[in-house]
Write a protein that binds this ligand. Structure first.
Ligand code: C2E
Ligand code: CA
Ligand code: CA
Length: 731
């Protein structure tokens, strides 16, 4: 601490005291009545010496000298005081105040202990004049004892207090300095700016490095200079209003190179060098925000067309509904689906298909008003949300215009493509959620498809309930395969005489998420109409072949597996290839596979016959299903490459009761024998029927009486329990 202080304070202070005391004496001597024995001339000379010394001491270059150097003033001072005493009759008390002043000076200027060291010198200065003047009376001499120790105490006390004060001040400065260092070296960009003048008051290295301005440039700038001009007014308001202690906000800043960055600013009000200021710590979040935006974008946009995806669409729809709820105005949804898009994909390739979707999306986006949302719901299905909906008729016209704009030729990869699309429109009612609205529009769109495509249909609650359900089902059906909602059940076909399992018929089921387990009559017709049956049938075939192979591998069961084939599948040019691939992949012996076809299918299609020959050539077997319900022409049986005839339940139902049925069944069985065909009697529900069929010589039977269709897992138990060698009679 000593070295930080120079001699200036001590020197100047002593000069002031010399001048003060000198003037005091010079003024007092002529006024105050003198005691006898006083040498007034001597006193005035002392005062003059003090004044002159004061002036000289003031002038000395103390700042260049150390603090301790001013101690040299002490001996001359005591000498001067001694002279003063000699001239004033040496009574001791009179000059006591000069000692107090001197010690106070020592205490103020010099470290603790200095006053104590001065004591001998002070004692000499006190006592010598008394001795010289021969004035050694007890009172005068003893006065030294009253004066000097308190002087030392005073000096030491003052030194102690000033020591304390200056050490406190010192640690305060040290702390300030280290805080400043913390600010300057902080890796986070920081600055302090004047709340009122908006000047930068201090910036740290990190800010200099990040923003590109030098410290000097910063200090010449205003805090508003690093804001994009548009942001300045709001920012200035914010400073004025933000008298809160601590707050973080996001803002945009300009770097010196002109780039704009996004920063999170944490600001703190403080006093800086006597000014109301704000300390800002900055974090550049440009990259983080960009990444966040990108992720959010991906979550809510279709990656192919960059349009909104289903979740964003549903979300916008929900908000629009919430806004409109207050005004009671409906919002509108248009769902739009490209007709025969699959043909484009299949014939021109997926990349042209993708380009078509992108171009179609673009056209739609250009055709709607800026506030409306265009989304791609998936595949070739688009949706448009119109927040301020006109009436349903204007909405329909609007949708027709959209269809017309999609109908304009597309130029893609050097090819001209003309497409049509179908659309469904709907207006919201107060109790429709976003999903209901999309589904309603979806249903209306399917209605448009069914009623000839390339048109718009309105959703009407008045649509017949069954039609509605069908439309809904159709929409669900399209997604069911992707969602894995189909399962296959298997119904055993039994040898009537032995009671053994000859094989199983695969029967598809649909585990509908809302309606539960649905049987084929509820959806097969629809699947055929919509063509979904082709894909569904392929899936069933794959499942059934894999299951049959499992029976063999796990249980050594090498019975038949029968798979139903619809007319539509038979017309599908891909069928043969599918069957070949399935057989190869499942490693199933082709002889174990039977394909069942209804006779109506075969009636009206000559090409189908060729198809059957091709299938047959693979080594599998063919069955005529539901025999007796169609034309039942025996010619067909001759002409077609058939192995099995499945006698319809209709005949079996009456076989136990009705004589005519008995006759028919027996005729069919006879004919089959003659043509060397196997037979399966279907729908056997009771013992009476089974008994009568046995009498008539039916070999294979199928029906609830023996077993109902069951899940794959149950068939394995069934097969495992099957007696392998022994022959048992039918129940
Ligand atoms: P189907 O080929 O004539 O199949 C026999 C149907 O009769 C099955 O109905 C079966 O559960 C039922 N059934 C069997 N025994 C009895 C019985 O004793 N009493 C009664 N009342 N019914 C019995 P399911 O499973 O409902 O299938 C109905 C039709 O759906 C099938 O008739 C078939 O034409 C069609 N189907 C089923 N699965 C498929 C498939 O994967 N593809 C195609 N294209 N059609 C399928
Ligand atoms: Ca069948
Ligand atoms: Ca049948």
């Amino acid at each position: 601490m000593n070295d930080v202080l120079n001699g200036r304070f001590g020197g100047r202070l002593s000069a002031v005291l010399y001048l003060l005391c000198g003037s005091l004496v010079a003024v007092a001597v002529p006024i105050v009545p003198a005691r006898p024995g006083t040498n007034e001339a001597g006193l005035l000379a002392t005062a003059a010496t003090a004044l002159a010394s004061g002036a000289v001491i003031w002038k000395l270059p103390w700042e260049r000298w150390s603090r301790a150097s001013s101690l040299w003033i002490v001996p001359p001072t005591f000498t001067l005081i001694a002279f003063y005493n000699s001239f004033s009759d040496a009574d001791g008390y009179r000059y006591a105040p000069f000692f107090f002043v001197s010690f106070a000076w020592v205490g103020l200027v010099h470290p603790r202990g200095t006053s104590a060291k001065m004591l001998p010198l002070a004692a000499v200065a006190y006592l010598v004049p008394l001795a010289v003047a021969g004035n050694s009376n007890a009172v005068a001499v003893w006065s030294a004892v009253y004066v000097l120790p308190p002087c030392v105490l005073l000096g030491e006390a003052i030194a102690w207090v000033s020591d304390r004060l200056s050490s406190a001040q010192h640690s305060l400065r040290a702390r300030e300095a280290s805080f400043r260092q913390l600010f300057l070296d902080n890796p986070q960009p920081m600055w302090v700016f004047d709340v009122h003048g908006h000047h930068f008051l201090e910036v740290n290295e990190a800010a200099v490095a990040h923003y590109g301005y030098s410290r000097e440039e910063f200090l010449a700038m205003l805090i508003t200079d690093i804001r994009p001009p548009d942001d300045v007014p709001a920012f200035v308001d914010a400073i004025a209003a933000a008298l809160a202690l601590m707050h973080t906000r996001s803002s945009r800043h300009l770097l010196k190179d002109g780039r704009t960055v996004e920063v999170d600013v944490t600001a703190h009000r403080l006093m800086f060098e006597g000014r109301a200021a704000m300390l800002s710590a900055l974090q550049d979040v440009t990259e983080r925000n960009a990444l966040e935006r990108e992720l959010r974008h991906r979550a809510f946009h279709d990656s192919l067309t960059e349009l909104a995806n289903r979740s964003l669409f549903a979300n916008r729809l929900e908000h629009a509904r919430a806004r409109q709820a207050r005004t009671d105005l409906p919002v509108a949804v248009i769902v739009l689906d490209i007709d025969a898009f699959k043909t484009v994909n299949d014939s021109l390739g997926h990349s042209i298909g993708d380009s078509l979707l992108i171009a179609a999306g673009e056209r739609l986006r250009e055709a709607v008003r800026p506030g409306d949302t265009v989304a791609r719901l998936g595949g070739d299905e688009f949706a448009i949300l119109i927040e301020h909906a006109p009436g349903i008729d204007q909405l329909t016209q609007h949708a027709e215009r959209l269809l017309a704009c999609l109908n304009e030729p597309f130029e893609l990869a050097g090819k001209t493509l003309v497409i049509t699309a179908s659309a469904g429109v709907t207006l919201s009612t107060p109790h429709d959620g976003p999903d209901d609205l999309i589904r309603n529009a979806d249903m209306a769109m399917y209605l448009a498809k069914r009623e000839g495509k390339a048109c718009v249909r309105q959703f009407r609650p008045a649509l017949h309930h069954a039609a509605l359900e069908r439309l809904e089902l159709e929409a669900d059906l399209r997604r069911a395969l992707q969602r894995g909602e189909f399962i296959v059940h298997y119904q055993p076909m039994m040898e009537l005489t032995s009671g053994r399992v000859a094989g199983f018929e695969a029967l598809v089921r649909w585990e509908h998420p809302r309606r539960g387990l649905l049987g084929p009559p509820e959806f097969i017709g629809l699947a055929e109409e919509t063509g979904i049956i082709v894909e569904l049938g392929r899936w069933v075939l794959t499942e059934a072949c894999a299951q049959a192979q499992r029976w063999q591998e796990r249980h050594g069961f090498d019975g038949l597996v029968s798979v139903n084939l619809s007319a539509r599948q038979l017309r599908d040019p891909g069928l043969l290839g599918d069957v070949i691939a399935t057989l190869r992949n499942s490693r199933l012996d082709p002889h174990r596979l039977t394909l069942e076809i209804t006779e109506t299918v075969l009636m009206d299609d000559d090409a189908a016959v060729d198809r059957l020959e091709e299938l047959k050539a693979l080594g599998l077997r063919l069955a005529i299903d539901d025999f007796g319900t169609g034309y039942s022409s025996l010619n067909y049986l001759r002409r077609l490459p058939i192995d099995i005839v499945k006698i319809d339940k209709l005949f079996v139902d009456e076989v136990a009761t009705d004589r005519e049925s008995v006759g028919l069944v027996s005729a069919i069985l006879g004919m089959a024998r003659a043509l060397n065909l196997e037979t399966v009697a279907e729908g056997v529900e009771n013992a009476g029927q089974a008994e009568r069929l046995k009498e008539l010589g039916a070999a294979l039977v199928q029906g609830f009486y023996f077993a109902k269709p069951m899940p794959a897992g149950a068939t394995e138990l069934f097969v495992a329990a099957e007696p392998k060698q022994t022959t048992t009679s039918v129940r």
